[in-house]
Design a protein around this ligand. Structure first.
Ligand SMILES: [Zn+2]
Length: 477
């Protein structure tokens, strides 16, 4: 996942954060500090395995990275370490996932630590300042494909686990997926097949971003997604635009008018019935947003409210494709039919099925000169909204505050992590903590992806503190 740029000020979280005893914080810093050079060496070795999960790449590297993770987990004394995969009903064989377990004792809770060992394709070598699969330290940042997303997430789990007292009663399940970067195609089937092994009270998904360097964050909302295809058909066949144009509007014009009804004059989504969430407490500086988006000078924003609000808690509708006659082969004819694909980002709290209905209702009820308008629903993905006050979230906020020396903020992400909804569906009682190793300069998925090494150490300290505090929170229940 990618992130926003650094804000000039960092507001403090409004939730009261119970402090963690200072001796424990110091001890966690010391034990992570002692292990940290080894953790970075491990991360470098791991990045050297080019585990691109896109199927056009050699999948033996994905197998190798799963083996590498399994070996490391065996070294940590987990009770069981397995490499598992499922094949879906239609015969698609999933990538290898690593599942390692150490059962809870004395009524302590179980924590599931999630990350993924696969990476995005590197793109063109010439766009990188060093080789993508040769981890390179420049200043405070370690560059390489997967150095952040999400091999550092994996190493954070391993490092925190390695520093946890072996006598801790906490149950820990490590689940390292191998196909996140291709959309987790067998995730649901995997959860269904291995639900018992993965069941947990708290799930730590280390695959997101902090707010800025020096500014920790918990990701508490993700937008959902629906897409659909709209076809407008006006004529039985193409006809001469001189002989028939005037009384008859071509299909592209009718479709364009229909698409124009999806937004108000100010660019806000105009489809009734779509949910809008509460304004975030932090905002994205406008200049950074313009630069990150590559917005042309003079281009104006659509919608209202803060930029983070528009990105995180409001719906967005985009036309992501159209089937019309290409300009090169255009002739003076009325085009009989045209098609567009719509992608709708959904605010947290939105039911995707209701959003699809609202979109269909809107599209098919507009005046379209009597054209035949066909709406074909496509994919649906649920948004995510963390509860504000789950105990595990308070524990995480306290751990962040202790590790960074500054209170964390809650952030949203405009994109989707569909498997989070799958996790919640399978384990509705669990609290999901979406944490991460990234910062606004990480450039996950891009050239020169990098990890801020100083921040990464704090991530590991915070995760160790989370595990220690949860062990006690559960023991006291
Ligand atoms: Zn990732």
């Amino acid at each position: 996942m990618t992130a926003h740029k650094t804000p000039s000020t960092l507001p403090t979280s409004s939730a009261p954060v119970p402090a963690i005893p200072q001796e424990r914080v110091e001890a966690a810093r010391a034990s992570i500090g002692a292990a940290f050079a080894g953790a970075l060496d491990d991360l470098c070795a791991f990045v050297r395995i080019p585990s691109v999960s896109q199927r056009s790449f050699d999948q033996s590297h994905v197998e190798a990275s799963a083996e590498w993770v399994a070996d490391k987990l065996r070294g940590l004394g987990m009770e069981s370490v397995e490499i598992l995969r499922v094949t879906t009903a239609d015969g698609y064989e999933g990538a290898p996932a690593v599942v390692a377990r150490r059962p809870a004792r004395e009524g302590a809770p179980t924590v599931l630590l999630y990350a993924h060992h696969d990476v995005q394709p590197p793109g063109r070598d010439e766009d990188w300042d060093s080789q993508p699969f040769e981890p390179t330290l420049r200043g405070e940042r370690l560059f390489g494909r997967g150095a952040a997303d999400d091999k550092a997430g994996v190493i954070a789990h391993l490092t925190a686990l390695g520093a946890l007292d072996p006598a801790s009663p906490l149950g820990v399940t490590v689940f390292i997926e191998g196909e996140e970067e291709v959309g987790s195609p067998t995730f649901q089937a995997f959860l269904a097949a291995h639900a018992e092994k993965l069941r947990a009270d708290v799930i730590v998904v280390a695959d997101s971003s902090n707010w800025k360097v020096g500014g920790p964050a918990l990701t508490t909302s993700l937008r959902g997604l629906v897409d659909a295809t709209v076809e407008v058909r006006v004529l039985e066949h193409a006809v001469h635009s001189g002989m028939f144009g005037g009384p008859v509007l071509d299909a592209v014009t009718v479709l364009s008018r229909l698409l124009a009804t999806l937004h108000d004059a100010d660019g806000s989504v105009a489809v009734p019935g779509l949910v809008v969430g509460a304004e975030p407490t932090v905002d994205y500086p406008e200049a950074d947003f313009r630069a990150d988006a590559g917005l042309l000078p003079g281009a104006q924003f659509a919608g209202t409210g803060s930029l983070t609000g528009r990105l995180w808690v409001k719906p967005a509708i985009s036309v992501i494709g159209m089937d019309v006659t290409p300009v090169e082969v255009a002739s003076n004819t009325l085009i009989p039919a045209a098609r567009a694909k719509l992608s709708v980002r959904l605010a947290p709290g939105q039911d995707p099925a209701l959003a699809m209905q609202a979109l269909e209702q809107h599209v098919t009820s507009q005046y379209s000169f009597g054209a035949v308008v066909t709406f074909v629903p496509g994919e649906r993905g649920k948004p995510f909204q963390a509860p504000r006050d789950a105990e595990a979230m308070r524990v995480a906020r306290a751990a962040f505050a202790a590790a960074w020396g500054t209170d964390p903020v809650d952030i949203g992400v405009g994109g989707s992590i569909p498997f989070i909804a799958d996790l919640l569906e399978s384990f509705p009682q669990a609290t999901i903590l979406v944490t991460g190793v990234e910062d606004p300069d990480t450039r996950a998925h891009g050239a020169n992806e990098s990890l801020h090494v100083g921040e990464f150490e704090k991530v590991c300290v915070a995760e160790l503190l989370i595990l220690q505090q949860l062990a006690e929170a559960g023991g006291a229940r």
